[in-house]
Design a protein around this ligand. Structure first.
Ligand SMILES: Cc1cc2nc3c(=O)[nH]c(=O)nc-3n(C[C@H](O)[C@H](O)[C@H](O)COP(=O)(O)OP(=O)(O)OC[C@H]3O[C@@H](n4cnc5c(N)ncnc54)[C@H](O)[C@@H]3O)c2cc1C
Length: 478
């Protein structure tokens, strides 16, 4: 294995430290780019270290189903260590990469105060992207994004919690606020999330309450753009909008969010009018910002960094002047390619092939060429839109295509079986198998933020408020 230098007394076992003279490949990230790159290097004569800040590979396209109680987190987030257990040349290491030194060829990672330095001969950076609030990070407190398992579980707690609190509410005004769900961003994630909340309210929860009628819940999908699903074009976007309307989602376009608080949002419409929308549950599905590692790479290599923090790479996905550093997936900017799973998968495999060729003295590959396999988004059960080349599909056929594609890409046989079972419960019946919500889910993120970096409360003067002062919707009690 690659030589690992660690500041902690608890060092890795000696037998695992020797590089054995094989080239050391470090991969940052266990998402689509990192995992598929590591898999493509399985038989290569290298010592591969995969460093990631979570212990799992995350199938982000189905996060919304965890948030709305259809799937469990385990089904979309298998342990990376288990996926790569038969890769004898690979070591999986938990840690957040915080620095890359291009001159020294090292990656520094941290986990709970332990610092590890990973030397490399070849580096694949696939750290993905986080949520962007377009400079309004304060919105995050009240409108969580959906990028991680933690996010999805927090949203699950907030969504189901809002119905619970509505059952207890004393005024109609309070019920209305609690039963209004606003999804910001009408891209695929926002559309899928809004559709699922509407189905949850109208089908799953229909008979579960006595004082409130869940079917009256208001689900609003907002976007500053004039279209739903802009990347699918006007025609499919229009169809998606009609299908959303049919299941009771209110679509508000040309609507820019200018403020968010515990009780709702302030919105500026395209005619300049500013209005308020009271809603307990707000979900942010607009905008992404690439990993801060991109800026570190840009500063040291001179590579251009775009507004979303992505690194402009060479046609072979490497950094200018650094053919040993490959940047793939959501972190890379090349030919206006979208931030989608297939770009990351194909980029990860391409980077792995470049490394294999260099090591075996073969000629380099031709420049990276993305093969667009199409895009799709579900709206509700049995209803989706899909685009494959010039062909456009909608309704049940598109939904079946969506089902098959997602099953193929979910990692692991066990996960596929249980996913099919949970989908049967939700799509053929009315149920949702994963309705458990816990206080940890709802309060955890804000509690950790109150505690400050490294969870050391003393550094920040301790928590500003106790999270138990806040209700399930993140609202501070009077
Ligand atoms: C809610 C949602 C729905 C989506 N739906 C679709 C869809 O339907 N179809 C589609 O094609 N695409 C979809 N996408 C986009 C797709 O998931 C991404 O394009 C893809 O995951 C990018 O792959 P990646 O490897 O670049 O990054 P990611 O898959 O995000 O992986 C990044 C990895 O890096 C790790 N990491 C991050 N920072 C560090 C660090 N500093 N140190 C160590 N590790 C780090 C993370 O833990 C993670 O393992 C969706 C995304 C989201 C968020």
């Amino acid at each position: 294995m690659g030589v690992i230098m660690t500041t902690s007394a608890a060092r890795v076992p000696a037998g695992r430290e020797s590089s054995g003279g094989l080239p050391r490949v470090v991969v940052i990230g266990s998402g689509f780019g990192g995992l598929f790159a590591a898999q493509a290097l399985r038989k290569a004569p290298v010592e591969l270290t995969l460093v990631a800040k979570t212990t799992h590979h995350l199938f982000q396209p189905l996060l919304y189903q965890v948030a709305t109680g259809i799937l469990s987190e385990g089904e979309i987030a298998p342990p990376t260590r288990e996926i790569l257990r038969r890769h004898d040349n690979t070591r999986v290491v938990l840690g957040e990469a915080t620095d890359i030194d291009l001159a020294a060829r090292t990656v520094t990672s941290h986990v709970l105060g332990r610092t590890t330095v990973h030397p490399y001969d070849e580096l694949i950076v696939a750290a993905g992207a986080g949520q962007s609030y377009f400079g309004n990070d304060r919105f995050a407190e009240f409108a969580p994004g959906m990028k991680s398992i933690d996010d999805a579980l927090e949203l699950r707690g907030r969504i189901f919690g809002a119905f619970e609190l509505a059952e207890l509410a004393e005024t109609q005004e309070e019920v209305d606020r609690l039963l209004t769900f606003v999804v910001v961003g009408a891209g695929p994630t926002g559309v899928e999330m809004a559709g699922q909340i509407a189905e949850l309210a109208r089908r799953t929860l229909r008979r579960d309450f006595r004082r409130i009628d869940p079917t009256t819940a208001r689900v609003v999908l907002l976007d500053a753009a004039p279209y739903v699903l802009p990347s699918f074009g006007e025609k499919l976007g229009g169809r998606a909008r009609r299908q959303l309307n049919d299941i009771g989602v209110e679509v508000q376009l040309g609507a820019m969010v200018t403020d968010v608080d515990a009780d709702g949002l302030e919105i500026k419409d395209s005619d300049g009018q500013v209005r308020r929308l009271n809603a307990a549950t707000k979900i942010w599905a607009a905008g992404v910002q690439a990993s801060p590692l991109g800026r570190i790479l840009g500063e040291q290599s001179g590579a251009e960094i775009d507004r979303a923090g992505r690194v402009t790479v060479q046609p072979d996905l490497t950094l200018p002047g650094h053919p040993e550093v490959h940047v793939v997936g959501d972190m890379m900017a090349l030919d206006k390619l979208p931030g989608v799973a297939q770009v990351a998968i194909q980029g990860g495999r391409y980077a792995a092939e470049s490394i294999k060729r260099r090591l075996s003295g073969k000629a380099p590959q031709p420049p990276f060429q993305y093969h667009d396999k199409g895009s799709m988004a579900t709206i509700s059960r049995f209803s989706a839109v899909a685009e494959v080349g010039k062909l456009k599909f909608e309704g049940f056929l598109a939904w079946v295509m969506w089902l098959v594609v997602h099953l193929v890409y979910i990692v692991g046989f066990k996960s596929r079986i249980t996913t099919v079972l949970h989908w049967s419960v939700s799509f053929l019946g009315r149920g949702r198998s994963e309705r458990v919500t816990t206080q940890q889910q709802v309060y955890g993120r804000l509690a950790l933020e109150h505690l400050g970096p490294g969870f050391e409360a003393s550094k920040t003067g301790g928590p500003k408020t106790s999270p138990v002062d806040e209700d399930l919707t993140g609202r501070e009690s009077a």
